[in-house]
Design a binder for this molecule. Structure first.
Ligand SMILES: *[C@@H]1O[C@H](CO)[C@@H](O)[C@H](O)[C@H]1NC(C)=O
Ligand SMILES: *[C@@H]1O[C@H](CO)[C@@H](O)[C@H](O)[C@H]1NC(C)=O
Length: 194
């Protein structure tokens, strides 16, 4: 387990919990979290395996990381193990962080990055996936009555997905009124083969 990434995660969680906002590394929005369309059904098993991060909202835990991927694997019927990996754009070092997730509902996961973190709040929502090429993941936390912090990710099975695949993913963001303005493309060039 990478301690540096973990301290980033811990920092993020503390910031969210204390209702203070770093400003530069997360995207704060006015108001409470808006409603999004949840999935009716979700095949957790088909969702497992490697996903590459095509683009994402800025977040402290992945700052400056390239070649970012997630590896999900089933632990038991409701538990998923998560490894987030990447390469530091600064040092070129491979880093990773592990987490555990509970499937709370169709496409609704609670991801915990540290021991004892509550697994009752769906902080990872799959807004859409075909399991084979793309997944659109969203997270929103109300930090006060007047502000929320959002994260969004487009994940793809290939490091270099087709334009058609990305169009489908972006349409899902549009359908849910999730802004694409803050999505920044993740470097997936010259990456180590997994
Ligand atoms: C995670 O990083 C550690 C070193 O920090 C390494 O030993 C381990 O193999 C890595 N795990 C994966 C899945 O890449
Ligand atoms: C992904 O996780 C599975 C289950 O732990 C493991 O067998 C596999 O080697 C991992 N793949 C990579 C590329 O780390």
């Amino acid at each position: 387990m990478n301690h540096r990434s973990n301290s980033h995660l811990w920092l993020l969680v503390s910031i969210v919990l204390s209702g203070v906002c770093l400003g530069n590394a997360q995207v704060p929005f006015p108001g409470k979290c808006p409603d999004v369309q949840l999935l009716d059904s979700f095949d957790a098993e088909a969702y497992m395996g490697i996903w590459y991060e095509y683009s994402a909202y800025p977040n402290t835990f992945e700052l400056g990381q390239e070649c970012v991927y997630a590896n999900y694997s089933i632990v038991d019927s409701s538990t998923v193990s998560v490894v987030n990996g990447g390469i530091s754009g600064v040092t070129g070092q491979a880093t990773n962080a592990t987490a555990i997730a509970k499937v709370l509902g169709p496409g609704q996961l609670a991801v915990a990055f540290y021991e004892g973190q509550s697994l009752t709040n769906a902080n990872y929502l799959v807004l859409g996936t075909d399991y084979e090429s793309y997944a659109v993941v969203y997270s929103c936390t109300s930090i006060t009555q007047w502000a929320n912090i959002k994260f969004a990710w487009i994940l793809t099975r290939e490091r270099q997905p087709s334009a058609e695949t990305i169009d489908v993913a972006k349409k899902i963001l549009d359908d849910n009124k999730v802004s694409q303005e803050y999505l920044s493309k993740t470097v997936q060039q010259n990456c180590p083969q997994l």
